[in-house]
Write a protein that binds this ligand. Structure first.
Ligand code: NAD
Length: 325
């Protein structure tokens, strides 16, 4: 049993690859390194530098390594960028994603764990958000993921592709040797920690007039190790012959942007300069998960749900990076 991990050189993909290996799974990584890092994948793991849309390459990997399941992380994932440049989101996430699905099916791979997102829900009609909530994205990134969910459902009916669409809320935190490292960085916790390290002058807070407790956006932060664990459980679920499904992954606890910054102040002991900016297009006010299905269907139990622990793990990783450079 060998698993193809697309996007395994990225943040969540690299942590999941490491966990899979530690649990005795055979893994192969495919990543074009457009946003990932070669050194995030251990050198003894088979690594292919290439595009998920390269059907010949995917077919060759599937044949060479007898792939029987795929965890598909590879995508572009910045909401703001998707609003200003939707073409690259539809080309990379949808067009290339469809070619990947085609190559997998052609190669006899019928089990897929897909990185979907809470951005497929759009502006919440109720909080917490469960999987039955309407999906009406407010940005092209969310649409690109929803399109792939839709396509996978049709491929299940026609070609028996069994999938788990994991709708993550905000991935965060780090392990001892793998963390969040994007360029440019758009995610809140790394931006705040870079400000503490003096790499940035201040943190921009986009919108202070949302209908939330302090006017800033509220999000549900989930530790990357808890996310990784859910991928392994999803593979077990598929291997047991279960039906395709969609599952939220969050902690069910919402924190505002200002609360996250305050937590980072407590963790690091540093003052953090904040600048209030206008709202960004495409940002819903609240995104908080009802993840009871992850518990009941997958048997998932988050082990690192505390925001302080999440920020602390990210801070330790950031500190280590600066000491190594
Ligand atoms: N980070 C989050 O909070 C979050 C939340 C919800 C969903 N997701 C989804 O999880 C997945 C992983 O997110 P991440 O934060 O680790 O992102 P990331 O950018 O760190 O990792 C994505 C990886 O995919 C690779 N990639 C992109 N397009 C590719 C292509 N066409 N062919 C081959 N490789 C390609 C990149 O080089 C990168 O290594 C993405 O699909 C993202 O949409 C992330």
């Amino acid at each position: 049993m060998t698993i193809l991990v697309t996007g395994g050189a990225g943040y969540i993909g690299s942590v999941t690859t490491q966990l899979l290996r530690a649990r005795g799974e055979q893994v192969v990584v495919l990543d074009n390194l457009s946003r990932g890092h070669r050194d995030a994948v251990a050198s003894d793991i088979p690594f292919y530098e290439g595009n998920i849309g390269d059907r010949d390459l995917v077919t060759k990997i599937a044949r060479t390594h007898a792939i029987d399941a795929c965890i598909h992380f590879a995508a572009f994932a910045y909401v703001g960028e998707s609003v200003s440049n939707p073409a690259i989101y539809y080309e990379n996430n949808v067009e290339q994603g469809v070619r990947l699905l085609g190559a997998l099916i052609e190669s006899g791979v019928r089990q897929l764990v897909f990185s979907s997102t809470c951005a497929t829900y759009g502006e919440p009609q109720r909080i917490p958000i469960d999987e039955q909530h309407q999906q009406l994205p407010t940005n092209p990134y969310g649409w690109s993921k929803l399109f792939l969910e839709r396509i996978m459902a049709d491929y299940d009916r026609a070609y028996e592709l069994k999938f788990v669409a994991l709708r993550y809320f905000n991935a965060s935190g780090a392990t001892a040797d793998r963390g969040e490292h994007h360029d440019p960085e758009t995610h809140l916790i790394p931006l705040v920690l870079k400000t503490v390290q003096g790499k940035l002058d201040h943190v921009d807070v986009f919108g202070s007039d949302y209908p939330t407790k302090d006017g800033t956006c509220v999000r549900d932060y989930i530790h990357v190790l808890d996310l990784a664990e859910a991928h392994l459980l999803s593979l077990h679920y598929l291997r047991a012959g279960n039906a395709s499904t969609a599952i939220n992954l969050g902690n069910g606890q919402g924190y505002s942007v200002l609360e996250v910054i305050e937590t980072a102040r407590e963790v690091t002991g540093a003052e953090i300069k904040v600048r209030m900016q206008e709202r960004r297009p495409g940002d819903p006010s609240h995104l908080v998960a009802d993840s009871s299905r992850a518990r009941s269907v997958l048997g998932w139990q988050p082990q690192h749900a505390d925001l302080k622990e999440i920020v602390h793990s990210a801070w330790q990783w950031h500190t280590k990076q600066i000491n190594q450079t």
